[in-house]
Design a protein around this ligand. Structure first.
Ligand SMILES: Nc1nc2c(ncn2[C@@H]2O[C@H](COP(=O)(O)OP(=O)(O)OP(=O)(O)O)[C@@H](O)[C@H]2O)c(=O)[nH]1
Ligand SMILES: [Mg+2]
Length: 291
């Protein structure tokens, strides 16, 4: 008999949720970055063993919303918790448990779902910090508490071992060799955004949205992908293009290489910068950009 279920991966921004999802899946399917609020959608990654399929739902970091986008993201997370069979609550080993973590813990407790707590980034914390964090988290009435380093892959098996028995018996939701349910256009847009997040400073990353407008197979077996890079103000357009088009070219080149690896075919990636005034604050643009 097989078992399969959904695991909502939740926590504050930047604690490493997406890195944990990639580690569990064993493949990079969601983007990560040192900037908070990298993840903006609930993205499913699939990790299948002989008997059990975990459908991991990566979520945006829960935070105090500053605009409609922020409110929509938080609503997504709460919805994801409600729909899941279990939650994986990720904490940063080196950061004290704060009001944000306590709020998430309360919501999880209310949901009644089983919860596994992962204390992440142990490679960056002292032994005392890790033990302290496990002890404080241990005051919550959750199922298991596991120290991990998602970056190094430490503790990932232990997390799997804790999650698997929590999955209900039943058939797999996805074919066992499938690692993500995301459409190619979304994966492509996210890779472009990730390359920008790595290169842009402070507030600009939050103003960025990437949309794939066109994706076509060419006769030669290659893929043609056209994507728009949206910013919120005319003054930001030059920043994403760079002097003489240098930045947009470099980002396009890096994203193209990773996408060729991901899709296994030659890729032609065409990037255009566009201004969409205050897109994060308007329902109409949020709908159109796919949030
Ligand atoms: N040292 C160390 N860094 C880590 C570890 N896990 C994640 N990181 C880094 O922490 C940063 C944030 O990781 P993400 O996986 O993007 O975090 P997230 O929780 O998904 O962030 P949001 O989507 O913005 O909420 C990235 O720079 C990761 O490389 C870890 O185990 N050790
Ligand atoms: Mg993330």
């Amino acid at each position: 008999m097989t078992a399969a279920g959904f695991v909502s991966v939740v926590g504050r921004p930047n604690v490493g949720k997406s890195t944990v999802v990639n580690a569990l899946v064993g493949e990079k399917i969601v983007i990560t970055s040192p900037r908070p609020q990298t993840t903006r959608n609930t993205i499913r990654g699939v990790a299948t063993n002989a008997e059990t399929q975990l459908v991991l739902v990566d979520t945006p970091g829960l935070h105090k919303p500053r605009n409609i986008l922020g409110e929509r993201l938080n609503t997504l997370v709460y919805g994801s918790i409600a729909e899941a069979d279990a939650a994986l609550f990720v904490l940063d080993a080196a950061q004290p448990i704060g009001p944000g973590d306590r709020l998430i813990a309360e919501r999880l407790a209310e949901s009644g779902s089983p919860v596994v707590v992962a204390v992440n980034k142990t490679d960056r914390a002292s032994r005392a910090e890790i033990l302290g964090q496990l002890e404080r988290a241990g005051e919550w009435d959750f199922n298991a508490f596991v120290p991990i380093s998602a970056l190094r892959g430490d503790g990932i098996e232990a997390v799997r071992d804790e999650l698997e028995p929590l999955m209900p018996e039943g058939p797999f939701f996805f074919p066992p060799d499938m690692s993500s349910d995301q459409p190619d256009r979304f994966l492509a847009a996210e890779r472009v955004r990730e390359k920008y997040l790595a290169r842009l400073r402070e507030e600009l990353p939050h103003s960025l949205a990437v949309v794939v407008d066109d994706i076509e197979e060419r006769d030669s077996g290659s893929l043609y992908i056209a994507a728009s890079v949206y910013v919120e103000r005319a003054s930001q357009k030059g920043m994403v293009i760079g002097k003489g088009g240098e930045l947009i070219k470099a980002v396009g080149e890096e994203a193209r290489r990773e996408l060729e690896h991901l899709f296994g075919v030659p890729i032609y990636l065409d990037l255009r910068a566009k201004v969409e005034k205050d897109w994060q604050r308007r329902d109409e643009t949020l709908d159109r950009l796919g949030f």
